[in-house]
Design a protein around this ligand. Structure first.
Ligand SMILES: Nc1ncnc2c1ncn2[C@@H]1O[C@H](COP(=O)(O)OP(=O)(O)O)[C@@H](O)[C@H]1O
Ligand SMILES: [Mg+2]
Length: 620
């Protein structure tokens, strides 16, 4: 992944068209072919109607001069009526098709975005530039469909219609064709300026929009709600929210004002061109160069031609220009670098070997992990300890291959993580992270989502729950595994400690060779964490397991302990070895000892109290 995000790449109009059209057309080819055919017929029918108008007016003129019978007028009228009905029918059908099939194309495009996100290098998600790109891409996707649809309409409907009218005017009086150009140029120039202004606007607004969305969620979403109300953060976020809204609106206002003023100026020129055509036509009739029927048909249809031009150039092309910015972002998102491995399968998990591994987060100067070397042996239980911010979680992401090291290398079962595709990396690994998710789904789904393809029965669920210490028969789950775990969907809510055990059960449910607990125990006290980790070490006897914590009392059972400080490994050994030496482990252990004494006492007191009331103690 290069440091610079490719989002800064600018595609011109042609560039966008070349990339976008195949993507959208491939999503539903039938839609585009049928739409194009209908649109061509529609354009031709309009030209045909104009010709029929001329024929009718001419017939009427000749009849008025007493040189023909009423029959020829009626025949001409019948043709005109037929042409008109044809136009109406095709118009209806052409408008109907995109409404019906548009949603389908959007669905297919979304799938593309979702699949792309799954293939992205996970490190991308640490980069705020890339997060902006994703936000912009989602916006661009909806515009993309509409853009291609308009483009299709322009080439299959508007352009054939203009060409036809151009040819028709040319046959009447060649100079008339120039007037079409006079109408066209000012509006065209306006759109070029518009494209630039709105592309710039999109770039400037995306980071602001992200801020705006975040502040809004701080105000309204349930997880923030209690805290922001209670601690008075509500007013603070509301102010930030309104300030960003203000900035966004100002940006939009400036851009719109600029383009609208220009548009106004240019429309004067257009009116001028429009008037020229009438004068020329009038002159031609007076000189007898064209028939009265042609004059009537052209003046009648030139109004239509003008309003269509205005529709295409000012409204459609204008919107297309506006959406160019977000569509470019969509295309650039599709170009983001992916993690592609050469090797398809991790052979067997084997040892994980880190050799001189260093890593920096995108946009950060400081190494989060620096020059780390050690081997995670197959089947061992390894603990990674260190103070907050010492690099434990980063090291986990490196040794599982989620992140690739900037320097050094990580091999899993002898294969460099650089050569492994993401799905192969995840295949044998399970993990529970500090920031685990609370899915608003059933208890069962919350557990089984970690291995969606696995077939399972209640025994498998029981097993995962037992390992994680979840009391699946308890009062918290009135409908057993089918209990809905969310108030939003008429279910129950769990306490922080219960959610956390459910998250651990999810980790156990997934078939794995390697399992990692990265401080999912933050919500519980040190004593309880020790119990969870000890049980975990017991259960993981035949599997490779890594436990991560900043609380040293919890890791005595680990086969080996790696001590991190400022991103570097400062000690490796068993608890007994490390405690016997003076060093970081010893220092940290001494400073934390009181937690265990205090917590053990607290627990004992609670248990005694609970005993006397015959209650179950809960430390969750
Ligand atoms: N997304 C990120 N972007 C920039 N720096 C980060 C990011 N995540 C973590 N860091 C930094 O990397 C260092 C190690 O973090 P981390 O691995 O989370 O530590 P630990 O898990 O031991 O608490 C810290 O200095 C932290 O500030
Ligand atoms: Mg961490």
């Amino acid at each position: 992944m290069s440091e610079k995000s490719p989002s800064k790449k600018k595609l011109g109009f042609v560039g966008v068209v070349k990339r976008l059209v195949p993507i959208v057309v491939r999503a539903t080819p039938v839609f585009f072919i049928s739409f194009s055919v209908l649109a061509i017929l529609h354009g031709v029918s309009w030209g045909f109607e104009t010709m029929m108008q001329q024929r009718f007016f001419d017939a009427a003129t000749v009849f008025a001069q007493g040189e023909s019978t009423i029959r020829s007028v009626l025949v001409a009228l019948a043709f005109l009526g037929g042409a008109n009905i044809l136009c109406q029918v095709l118009n209806g059908v052409v408008n109907f098709v995109p409404e019906v099939l548009g949603q389908k194309v959007i669905g297919r495009l979304s799938k593309g975005i979702h699949e792309k996100m799954a293939r992205l290098d996970p490190k991308c998600f640490e980069d705020t530039d890339v997060l902006d790109d994703i936000n912009k891409a989602l916006q661009g996707q909806n515009n993309a469909l509409w853009f291609v649809f308009m483009l299709c309409a322009i080439f299959t409907f508007y352009v054939p219609y203009f060409i036809f009218m151009g040819w028709y005017l040319f046959t009447l009086k060649p100079i008339l064709v120039i007037s079409i150009v006079i109408i066209f140029i000012p509006a065209f120039l306006t759109q070029i300026v518009r494209t630039k202004v709105f592309a710039k606007l999109e770039d400037k607004s995306a980071p602001k929009r992200r801020e705006f969305d975040y502040y809004e969620s701080c105000i309204v979403s349930r997880e923030y709600f209690k805290e922001t109300r209670l601690l008075g953060g509500y007013k603070y976020f509301k102010k930030l929210y309104l300030d960003t809204l203000d900035t966004l609106q100002k940006l939009k206002f400036q851009a719109t004002l600029k383009t609208n003023l220009l548009e106004l100026l240019m429309s004067f020129l257009t009116v001028l061109g429009f008037s020229t055509i009438f004068l020329m036509l009038f002159d031609a009739v007076m000189k007898g160069e064209i028939t009265v029927g042609a004059f009537a048909a052209v003046t009648n249809s030139i109004g239509l031609l003008y309003s269509i031009m205005e529709e295409v150039v000012c409204r459609h092309a204008g919107q297309m220009a506006q959406s160019m910015g977000s569509i470019t972002n969509y295309l650039n998102f599709l170009d983001l670098e992916e993690r592609q491995g050469k090797v398809q399968e991790v052979p067997q998990l084997g040892d994980v070997v880190l050799e001189g591994v260093s890593f920096k987060y995108p946009g950060s100067e400081k190494y989060a992990v620096k020059d780390v070397s050690f081997t995670l042996k197959h089947g061992e239980t390894l603990a990674i300890v260190g103070e907050n911010g010492s690099g434990k979680s980063t090291l986990i992401r490196l040794l599982t291959g989620i992140y690739l090291p900037d320097e050094g290398r990580v091999t899993i079962g002898g294969v460099d993580t650089r050569d492994l595709p993401l799905d192969a990396l995840y295949r044998n690994t399970s993990a529970v992270f500090q920031k685990y998710q609370r899915y608003l789904m059933t208890f069962e789904d919350n557990i089984t989502i970690s291995d969606a393809k696995k077939t399972f029965d209640d025994l498998a669920l029981d097993d995962a729950c037992r390992k994680a210490g979840v009391d699946s028969n308890g009062r918290s789950f009135p409908e057993g595994y089918k209990t809905m775990l969310s108030r939003e969907f008429d279910g129950v809510d769990l306490s922080g400690g219960q959610w956390q055990r459910v998250a651990i059960a999810r980790g156990f449910f997934r078939d794995h060779q390697l399992i990692i607990l990265d401080e999912p125990t933050a919500a519980i006290d040190p004593y309880e964490e020790t119990r969870v980790y000890n049980r975990f070490a017991e259960i993981s006897k035949d599997k490779t397991a890594v436990i991560v914590t900043h609380r040293l009392g919890s890791v005595k059972l680990a086969d080996r302990i790696v001590v991190l400080k400022d991103g570097k490994v400062v000690q490796v050994g068993t608890h007994d070895e490390l405690i016997a030496r003076s060093g970081e482990y010893h220092r940290l252990y001494k400073s934390q000892e009181k937690w265990y004494v205090e917590d053990a006492e607290k627990k004992k007191m609670t248990e005694e109290l609970a005993d006397s009331f015959n209650l179950q103690p809960s430390f969750a």
